[in-house]
Design a protein around this ligand. Structure first.
Ligand code: NAI
Length: 270
């Protein structure tokens, strides 16, 4: 059921790679709720071509942008404002990549050039998106900007490797830029810390199936699905959450507040 929560709002959605992507689900929901938006991803990811199906069903245009390139981001905001006919109300940063994780490097044997790439793609790009938006005065008053995080920013999950540092940077940027954007434009900036989710980025992390099951058993409501995450994101883009800013919002079925659960005890007793 749709509620027209985003009627008249214009946005930019980063990171829809395939139909499992969280951003893909957000695009479908945003369309259902009346938003108009552009879709963007790194040029290399667009070569797969799957995103064209999404663009068609959402009536959205695709604008390639490597989120680490200021030039690409400037072009993205310029074109988005042209296509959508005005400034932007919401931005979803749904981007994550670590060459060290992808290539199975042990945490004690990291390649530091790759580490910097991890930080740039998965963390600093969030700052770049906002700095470009602010300099171009591309955001509408009371806009909403969101990025996706993971609890490995606070607690150690060994296979998450240098992505844990990237997520810590991401969450910190949300606080610092959230302050700045609130003062200048009443724009809110938050991160949503999502349960493990079966997507390309998620399943790329070693031992994913085990910690997916563990998190499911450690969460009284179970793991939050990507559809649930998309619903939460839509509310964060809507006018019902205008005073929420500079937060890392847990969307994890209760995982982060649980010490132990009966489900897990039962599993351990087997
Ligand atoms: P996904 O693999 O579908 O999405 C990641 C996206 O990042 C892809 O579309 C990829 O093309 C894009 N990307 C990579 N490098 C880029 C660059 N240089 N410029 C622009 N885009 C680039 O996976 P998912 O799970 O939907 O990931 C979305 C976000 O959710 C990420 O920030 C991820 O860390 C976060 N997250 C995922 C969880 C999971 O278990 N899947 C759990 C918690 C957070």
């Amino acid at each position: 059921m749709a509620y027209n929560l985003l009627k008249g709002k214009k946005g930019i959605i980063f990171g829809a790679l395939d139909e499992k992507s969280i951003a893909w689900k957000v695009a479908l929901k945003a369309k259902e709720e009346g938003a108009e938006f552009t879709l963007t991803n790194a040029p290399i990811a667009l070569r797969m071509g799957v995103i064209n199906q999404l663009a068609e069903s959402c009536g959205a245009e695709i604008i390639p942008a490597d989120a680490t390139s200021l030039e690409d981001l400037e072009n993205l905001f310029t074109k988005s404002m042209e296509i959508l006919g005005g400034k932007i109300d919401f931005v979803l940063h749904s981007i994550g990549m670590s060459p060290n994780v992808r290539k199975n490097k042990a945490y004690g044997d990291l390649n530091y050039d790759w580490f910097l790439k991890t930080l740039d793609i998965s963390g600093l790009s969030f700052h770049k998106v906002m700095q470009v938006a602010e300099k171009m005065d591309a955001m509408n008053e009371w806009g909403s900007i969101l990025a996706l995080s993971y609890i490995a920013a606070q607690r150690t999950f060994p296979d998450y490797s240098d992505m844990a540092q990237a997520k810590a940077v991401l969450e910190s940027i949300a606080r610092s830029y959230g302050y700045r954007f609130a003062k200048s434009k009443n724009v809110r900036v938050n991160t949503i810390s999502q349960s493990p989710t079966k997507t390309t980025a998620g399943t790329g992390v070693g031992g994913f199936d085990a910690f997916f099951d563990y998190a499911d058993k450690m969460s009284p409501l179970g793991n939050a699905s990507s559809e649930d995450c998309a619903n939460y994101i839509i509310t964060m883009f809507s006018d019902f959450t205008r005073m929420v800013t500079m937060q890392n919002l847990m969307h994890d079925g209760g995982f982060s507040s649980s010490g132990i659960t009966e489900d897990l005890i039962e599993e351990l007793r087997k």
